[in-house]
Design a protein around this ligand. Structure first.
Ligand SMILES: [Zn+2]
Length: 159
């Protein structure tokens, strides 16, 4: 596996978000909002790929979790290696679904109505301001505004 090339590819496909320090993935995403990248003939979650590129191999059976709870984020400093049990504990502590990329997760963005998504997409102001105004996590606001979430809705909205 060409790890050096992988790090460059990941850098080219993400941008730093100054407020949170997250590195937001701009490439393809899966249904749950996780970046995905083609690696050695298969699709790998971008956060996993980022961990492998910057930190090394992930022991089998372990998953990559987000300290920042922001699925599009691939900043290795925001990631940690955990077990499914850790994920469950993290989820309980945070009182909601932590996001570690397993199938069948609840996507918090799904609680937003189509109207709210469009309002966020077209709102004036910065991410934090809009986050407060709509009571939506900043990660969701930036995801919507970057077209990484709810693209099916926002692509129809007036730009
Ligand atoms: Zn992050």
């Amino acid at each position: 596996m060409n790890i050096k090339g992988l790090a460059d590819r990941l850098d080219a496909l993400s941008i730093p978000e100054p407020t949170t320090g997250c590195h937001l993935w701009l490439g393809a995403i899966d249904a749950a909002g996780y970046g995905k990248v083609w690696l050695d003939g298969r699709t790998v979650h971008a956060p996993r790929a980022s961990w492998m590129a910057h930190r090394g191999p992930i022991p089998s059976g372990l998953i990559i979790c987000h300290r920042c709870d922001n699925p599009p984020c691939i900043n290795p400093d925001h990631l940690f290696v955990g077990t499914h049990k850790d994920n469950a504990a993290d989820r309980t502590r945070k009182g909601r679904f932590a996001r570690c990329g397993q199938a069948g997760e609840i996507n918090p963005a799904a609680v937003l109505s189509k109207e709210t998504v469009i309002a966020i997409f077209t709102a004036e102001g910065g991410t934090m301001e809009i986050s407060r105004r709509f009571g939506v996590p900043p990660s969701s606001v930036s995801g919507i505004r970057l077209g990484q979430r709810w693209r099916s809705v926002t692509s129809e909205a007036p730009a």
